[in-house]
Design a protein around this ligand. Sequence first.
Ligand code: BV8
Ligand code: ZN
Length: 241
Amino acid sequence: MSTDPQIHRAREVLLNAQSVSVLTGAGISAESGIPTFRDAGGIWENFDPEQVATPEAFARDPGFVWKWYADRMQQFRSSSPNRGHQSLAALEDRISEFRLVTQNIDNLHQLAGSRRITELHGNIWRTRCLGCGRKATLSEVPSDLPPKCSECGNMLRPDVVWFGEALETENIQQAEAACHAEVFIVAGTSGEVWPAAGFVHQARSHGAFVIEVNTQRTVLSDVTNMSLMGPCGEVLPQIIR
Ligand code: BV8
Ligand code: ZN
């Protein structure tokens, strides 16, 4: 667990910061009951990413991939933001220059009230039409899979970024701008996925004070100024008074 002096130091740093950016991963949603990818019992223990999170997998069997997402949507519907998400929303209200960059697609940051969000990997409740390219937001879990476009009748895909797919340029630009903040918090991510993990390295190289919040050490821990060991739902409320 992180020590009080570390918590106190992190709180001081945040109190004096004019600009703060945050990068979050699946770990911040763990206390909302959503399994992470690479922890024990994680998603990749039961599913091979190549079978469900690549454009090839979708081309091969869109119904199977949509079933995987529909099941996750059901789970997300019964999950609500935890104190970790809520603390970041409160921090945003206090800091004039704030950006939340998330790898998560579960929409919990939005539900917690965060506004200046960059969704690096998209959002599970948004679809994109393979025919006309139209984006739409689903209000409920689709029943007949794969869903069809109400405009042109073509197949819809989840508006998420799969392995091997490029992130949207605008999101990369927003994330790169976020790396110029005085303080960069990286919370609940294993740092395994690129280019998301690379933004932590960029922030450090720009001279940011990098604070990690995680239940265990990660490949990013050596890139940080401070690594606070503990769950997001406990540590973030302590450092964001
Ligand atoms: C791309 C889909 C190129 C949506 C996801 C180098 C450079 C560039 C690319 C690569 C590269 N090396 C390899 C690549 C390819 C690949 C990649 O990174 N592979 C990895 C696995 C090696 N990257 C890509 O393919 C990316 N695309 O680069 O395209 C390109 C360029 C031009 C033109 C064409 C192509 C696309 C990556 C996006 C993939 N999509 N998701 C979905 O279905 O969710 S990634 C997936 O992993 C999720 O988005 C997830 O958020 C993300 C990262 O995982 P984490 O969030 O970190 O979750 P994880 O389980 O790993 O860790 C949880 C952590 O939380 C742990 O550390 C744990 O200790 C901690 N924790 C647990 N509980 C708590 C906690 N911490 C605090 N509190 C708790 N309570
Ligand atoms: Zn369409």
